[in-house]
Design a protein around this ligand. Structure first.
Ligand code: GSH
Length: 214
């Protein structure tokens, strides 16, 4: 069996998701460090984004497609339930995280700290202040979502939780999002619990984004 390579920087939340998927599934992999828009990434992702994946002759990009491949190409506990309702609920939350949570919490708010684009490199307060009022109701939604069972779907850790955890982890690293977490007891308990999960914990970035390839 050829080596499975996850290509990208460990600080990327989407790279982290694919590493959680490998670990949950028990699939050994090598993390091949690469920045977005480098030749090795652009050879696989048409827009140069990470993660990319190589497994023998198979190359893939987009975290959701990579996770689907990891799930279907290898034996082991399914990453996505075979129950159609549960599977659809997992996809529903992954979609919400990718289309609502990541664009606002990570690409707008966190990026204003780590990739500010300001003349002196200081955080872009305009982008931060614009993001915060929109983040408040989203934190409330996500707090309620994990309140009942401590998971996004059902009673077990699913790929939906794997998508949320890296973003949530980063929310603790900045003051305003930390304060929002402080007002979200279910989300805080969820973060504390799942960050200790081996698949999540083992892929915690050694260095935070902005200082390493992502
Ligand atoms: N939809 C993609 C998103 C990947 C993505 O946005 N990756 C970021 C790093 S976390 C990236 O490559 N950013 C560089 C860029 O957008 O130019 C996925 O699920 O893999």
């Amino acid at each position: 069996m050829p080596e499975l390579q996850i290509i990208g920087g460990s600080a990327s939340n989407f790279v982290w998701v694919t590493r959680i998927a490998c670990a949950e599934k028990g699939v050994p992999y090598a993390l091949v460090a690469a920045r977005p828009h480098t030749p090795e990434v652009e050879a696989i992702h048409p827009f140069g984004k990470i993660p990319a994946m190589r497994h023998g002759d198979v190359t893939l990009c987009e975290s959701r497609a990579i996770c689907a491949y990891i799930d279907r190409a290898f034996d082991g506990q399914p990453l996505i339930s075979r129950d159609p309702v549960v599977a659809a609920q997992v996809e529903q939350w992954i979609s919400i995280i990718c289309t609502h949570i990541d664009p606002l919490w990570f690409r707008q708010y966190l990026a204003a700290y780590i990739f500010p684009g300001t003349a002196d490199g200081s955080p872009d307060r305009v982008r931060i202040e614009a993001a915060l009022p929109k983040m408040v109701p989203q934190f409330e939604v996500m707090n309620r979502a994990v309140g009942k069972t401590g998971h996004l779907v059902g009673e077990t850790f699913t790929l939906a939780d794997a998508y949320l955890m890296p973003i949530l982890f980063y929310m603790r690293t900045r003051p305003e999002s930390s304060a929002l977490l402080g007002k979200s007891p279910h989300l805080t308990a969820y973060l504390d619990r799942h960050v200790a999960r081996k698949s999540v914990h083992d892929a915690i970035p050694q260095t935070l984004p902005g200082s390493t390839p992502r």
